[in-house]
Ligand binder design. Structure first.
Ligand code: ADE
Ligand code: ZN
Length: 351
């Protein structure tokens, strides 16, 4: 996008970006080539023979972002089909390292100083990848980024809510040897009929073990306010530390007040919503939550599926459509620092 010196100069904290949401068709093609893999369409089984064929199948698949299928095209993949397709090409520690460095290099250029990056371990173990390959590659990149790029980071391990809670618990236990890299636990994937309390056992265990907690509460008519209530008040015993998205809260003054009163911050990713929600509605809701005094961190979500928009583009679009002043933009940037789970010393460096 166009360069904006004011936004570029803000020292940034990124709290909502999925490492797997960075996998563009180009990256997928590159990894599949070097791993000697053939990519196929998940439903028709037809082989993608060129990058262009892969691009065509994924390009229009973004609009029904929540697992829905385009009714006009048998061939077109839904968001989740495309997203999980990206996992298939990651095989080696080098792949994980390269993917993470792709993020950190980009983050450094946007003046991101600290990032809490989501990863979905269940999506990797089901393609046969081992923990040491995944965490080893991520960890090496993380150390390299801190040293060479001055981008500090931590990982948030998300559970796929469309899989059984038992799988979440198994993965939680398997991740414990890597707990030094992991600051928090999240919940993502397809939210339809999957309330957060289904995962209470693992959230309670994680809280007792000292992890921070967050959960995705998606935006749109199919996502009940009840999921936001459970996230804010119940999971982990007393409720999560943050809510990811959760814009539906703006429709209920009591919910807004409860979130504010509990000091729960929200991560807000405008480009993720404007793909399938009316623009004015989205920005009105963001304004409502901000004006109510809720802390929020503007973030990226899945740049590869959102026209290559990253944290800077998300900041630019809220500034424009919420008509945030420079002071309000600075408040947003400080909120992100305060909402982060970074050590106090790291927060002080950025503020
Ligand atoms: N995991 C990665 N991106 C996601 C999204 N946009 N919604 C739910 N889960 C996700
Ligand atoms: Zn997300």
């Amino acid at each position: 996008g166009t360069h904006d010196p004011f936004i570029q100069a803000i020292p940034k904290v990124e709290l909502h970006v999925h490492i797997e949401g960075l996998i563009t068709p180009e990256l997928r093609w590159k990894f599949s080539q070097r791993n000697g893999m053939t990519l196929t369409h998940p439903r028709t089984g037809s082989v993608f023979r060129t990058l262009e064929e892969l691009q065509e199948s994924t390009e229009d698949g973004m609009k029904p972002a929540h697992g829905g299928r385009q009714d006009n095209a048998e061939e077109t993949l839904s968001f989740f089909e495309s997203y999980y397709g990206g996992f298939e090409v990651l095989k080696t520690k080098q792949d994980y390292y390269d993917l993470a460095m792709y993020y950190f290099e980009r983050a450094a250029r946007m003046n991101v100083r600290y990032a809490e990056v989501f990863f979905d371990p269940q999506g990797h173990t089901r393609t046969g990848v081992g923990w040491e390959v995944m965490m080893g590659g991520f960890g090496e990149a993380q150390r390299e980024a801190e040293k060479r790029l001055h981008v500090k980071s931590a990982w948030i391990m998300c559970f796929l809510r469309d899989l059984p809670p038992e799988s979440a618990m198994q993965h939680y236990l398997a991740a414990l040897p890597y707990r030094g890299m992991i600051v928090g636990i999240g919940l993502d994937s397809n939210e339809v009929d999957r309330p957060p309390v289904l995962f209470e056992e693992v959230f309670a265990r994680a809280r007792a073990d000292g992890f921070r907690i967050t959960a995705h509460c998606d935006v749109g008519k199919s996502y009940p306010l009840e999921h936001i209530h459970q996230t804010a008040t119940a999971i982990g015993g007393t409720g999560a530390d943050r809510i990811d998205h959760g814009l539906n809260a703006a429709s209920s003054p009591e919910t807004v007040e409860m979130i504010r009163e509990k000091g729960i911050g929200m991560t807000v990713c405008p480009w993720s919503y404007i793909r399938h929600q009316p623009l004015d509605e989205v920005f009105k809701r963001i304004r409502t939550l901000f004006d109510a005094g809720i802390k929020m961190a503007i973030a990226s979500d899945d740049p590869a599926f959102m026209e290559d928009t990253w944290i800077s583009e998300n900041l630019r679009v809220v500034r424009k459509y919420c008509k945030f002043t420079d002071e309000e933009m600075v408040k947003l940037a400080r909120d992100a620092v305060e909402m982060s789970w970074a050590p106090e010393g790291v927060k002080k460096e950025i503020l």
